[in-house]
Design a protein around this ligand. Structure first.
Ligand code: CP
Ligand code: NVA
Length: 315
């Protein structure tokens, strides 16, 4: 059987995303109705979660999600496993993937995740790397479709032609937005401080028409359907904190930026957020913000993703 990994957003095709959005909506409805949905109960399936960086949402959403699906979870960190004592990642992959059915990894370089996947017998999911955060964008797009559905009912129609304003760092989230835009046919307006631009090659996109660069963050928000941002300093870059605070001072999503977006524009943030830095309290706690739905949806989309990687299409 062919193993499907989810290492970056473009590892799945548009039709697979259409299926996942519909399936996540079904799984979410079951959860809300307090009805069992346990495709992993018999035989019992196990997910290994490997964290080399901190997490709240990713840990809880994968762990709770796996139990809800009827499966089990093993939680590993660098500090409490041989990963932190220089056991080769290839050896770790060979051993762990003989004992579990799925692996989720949060680590530093994408290349490390790829080395693990190359030696894994089971599907591997990217739970965030320095370069990408595909599970988050999957949740963000699902949330956008949920709040702004297409008249046709097709989730891909809800996304096609939309404008997403990215205000902030040209980081793992920004790169993943660019991949999603290229695949699903929307546009990203990117505004980063000088020196923190997105890199199309690193983002792995081939068509630069999927995004437009703006030096002025407010100009990037003009006419946007969604305004989104992220921390100024991502995990692993803490040594740059002070320099970044100065460089990013104008890249705070505030009410003036939201005012030039479409009147029905949404605000998203993958969280954790720093009010007064990348977003004002008025915006993140305001009426256009859907950050709590966005966070919750991590669990529903990842349940659909895990089910798909292990069992394929069920409808
Ligand atoms: N958004 C996100 O991935 O959050 P955590 O770092 O808490 O997992
Ligand atoms: N860009 C952030 C996202 C955290 C969920 C980071 O990598 O730290």
């Amino acid at each position: 059987m062919n193993i499907r990994h989810y290492l970056q957003f473009k590892d799945l095709g548009a039709d697979e995303y259409a299926y996942l959005f519909a399936r996540a909506a079904f799984i979410k409805a079951k959860f809300k109705a307090v009805e069992k949905h346990q495709p992993f109960a018999d035989p019992d399936r196990t997910l290994a979660m490997i964290f080399e960086k901190a997490s709240t949402r990713t840990r809880v959403s994968f762990e709770a999600g796996m139990y809800q699906l009827g499966g089990s979870v093993v939680h590993l960190t660098t500090g409490d496993s041989q990963l932190g004592r220089a056991e080769p990642i290839e050896d770790s992959a060979k051993v762990i993937s003989r004992m579990v059915d799925l692996v989720m990894i949060r680590t530093y370089e994408q290349s490390k995740l790829e080395r693990f996947a190359a030696h894994s017998r089971v599907p591997v999911i990217n739970g965030l790397t320095n370069e990408f955060h595909p599970c988050q964008i999957l949740a963000d797009l699902f949330t956008l479709v949920e709040h702004r559905p297409a008249a046709s009912g097709n989730p891909l129609d809800a996304l096609r032609g939309k404008v997403v304003a990215w205000v902030g760092d040209g980081n793992n989230m920004a790169n993943t937005w660019l991949q999603a835009a290229e695949l699903l046919g929307f546009t990203v307006h990117v505004s980063t401080p000088s020196g923190y631009e997105v890199d199309a090659k690193l983002a792995g996109i081939t068509n630069p028409a999927g995004y437009k660069v703006f030096s002025d963050p407010k100009a990037a928000c003009q006419g946007a359907d969604l305004v989104t941002t992220d921390v100024w300093t991502s995990m692993g870059f803490e040594a740059e904190n002070e320099v970044r605070r100065a460089a990013f001072a104008q890249w705070c999503v505030d009410e003036a930026m939201m005012a030039v977006a479409r009147p029905d524009a949404l605000f998203m943030h993958c969280l954790p957020a720093h009010r007064g830095e990348e977003v004002s309290a008025e915006v993140i706690d305001g009426p256009q913000s859907v950050v709590w739905d966005e966070a919750e949806n991590r669990m529903h989309v990842q349940k659909a993703l895990m089910e798909y990687l292990l069992l394929g299409r069920l409808t």
